[in-house]
Design a protein around this ligand. Structure first.
Ligand code: SF4
Length: 76
């Protein structure tokens, strides 16, 4: 099976989620339930909190399944 990578953006930051790396620790859900909603589709609501809070949450993901890039950095 191909690894699944999905991207979600709020216009400033892009959340990159690699499904095959996720160990379902739910750290993201606990830290930022407005954005990470596993029962919803899509499960990541990138618009639901500030960019800084999203980055802080991603930095707490223990598996590396969640990463991000700032949209203005990608083109440079
Ligand atoms: S914090 Fe990372 S490993 Fe844990 S559920 Fe969220 S994406 Fe998966």
């Amino acid at each position: 099976m191909e690894p699944t990578t999905k991207e979600y953006t709020n216009g400033e930051v892009t959340i990159v989620w690699q499904a095959h790396k996720c160990i379902h620790s739910a750290n993201c859900v606990k830290n930022n339930p407005a954005v990470f909603q596993p029962k919803e589709k899509p499960w990541i609501k990138a618009d639901a909190s500030s960019t800084e809070k999203i980055i802080e949450t991603i930095n707490k993901c223990p598996s590396g399944a969640l990463t991000y890039y700032r949209n203005d950095e990608k083109s440079s």
